[in-house]
Design a protein around this ligand. Structure first.
Ligand code: AMP
Ligand code: ZN
Length: 114
C-alpha cells in the first residue's frame, strides 16, 4: 500500500466507496463524480501507478479488470454498449495515480473523446 494514495486507502477500507464488486485482486466502485448514467471504476488492489507502469507480471490482472468491468456493466443492465477508458499521465487526464479502468455507459459516447 502507498500511504499517500487515495485508491490504496479505498482498498484498505480507510475511505468509503460505493462498492460494486471485490475479490482478492480487484475492487470496483462507483465514480464519485459520474460522467455518464453508469460510471464506475475497476482498480487492482496492488498499487500500480498507471498504464505506463504495468509490468509483465500484471498482464493477467489487467485482463481480469477488463472482464470484471464488462461483467458489472452487464449486471447493471448496460446492454447498448459502453466506453472503457484508462487515462495515462497528465496529458491523458489522469488525476489519481493508481491504475483504474473507467467504465461509462447509459448514454451515447462521442468520438473523439476530447
Ligand atoms: P482519472 O482522471 O482518470 O485519474 O480518474 C480518477 C477518477 O476518480 C475521477 O473520475 C474521479 O471522479 C474519481 N474519484 C476521485 N476520488 C474518488 C473517490 N473517493 N471515490 C470514487 N471515485 C473517485
Ligand atoms: Zn494506490
Amino acid at each position: 500500500m502507498n500511504q499517500d494514495c487515495l485508491f490504496c486507502k479505498i482498498v484498505a477500507g480507510q475511505i468509503p466507496a460505493d462498492k460494486l464488486y471485490e475479490d482478492d485482486e480487484v475492487i470496483a466502485f462507483r465514480d464519485i463524480s459520474p460522467q455518464a448514467p453508469v460510471h464506475f471504476l475497476v482498480i487492482p488492489k496492488k498499487h500500480i501507478v498507471g498504464p505506463a507502469f504495468i509490468e509483465a507480471e500484471d498482464e493477467q490482472l489487467i485482463g481480469k479488470m477488463l472482464r470484471v468491468g464488462a461483467r458489472i456493466a452487464a449486471e447493471l443492465g448496460v446492454v447498448n454498449g459502453y466506453r472503457l477508458v484508462f487515462n495515462n499521465g497528465d496529458d491523458g487526464g489522469q488525476t489519481v495515480f493508481h491504475l483504474h479502468l473507467h467504465v461509462l455507459g447509459g448514454r451515447q459516447m462521442h468520438w473523439p473523446p476530447g
